[in-house]
Design a protein around this ligand. Sequence first.
Ligand code: CO
Length: 172
Amino acid sequence: MAVIPLVKAPDPRLKLVSKPVDSIDKELKRFMDDMIETMYANKGIGLAAIQIGVPKRVAVIDLDPQGPNSKPLYLINPVIVEKSEERSTYNEGCLSVPEFWEDVHRAARLTVEYTNERGEKERVEADGLFATCLQHEIDHINGLLFIDHLSKLKRSIALRKSAKLKRLGDDD
Ligand code: CO
């Protein structure tokens, strides 16, 4: 496995709508293993492929990275099939928007269908942090960042900070 450099805002690749995956093979599994290793190395709980520059509709999630309840999830072509009217708020961050956290309001509960790394269809119902994380990663797949849910002012603060960290070269 390998740790791959992250794509950080502002970068036009983060606005791309990623392409569906049509073959689930060893190569894709290896690629997603690299995504998991990259996520762990950066202390994240979720990572979408575009965050390492690859516009494929895949993401990985582990809500307890390398902890006792660690359970890496391989999400291929995930789709939200249902979501609650009720919303919840979580203080979000993103590996592509370093050193910035803000409250984001999203559906409190949702149902997501996806294909796993063995090519099997899965359906998962989620609430709490898991629901937030699924929506955050599926947003990435559709070219959205969590800061796109914020006011223009807050978004520009986050982007300026990320740009400055890139210039200083100490954003890793
Ligand atoms: Co993110």
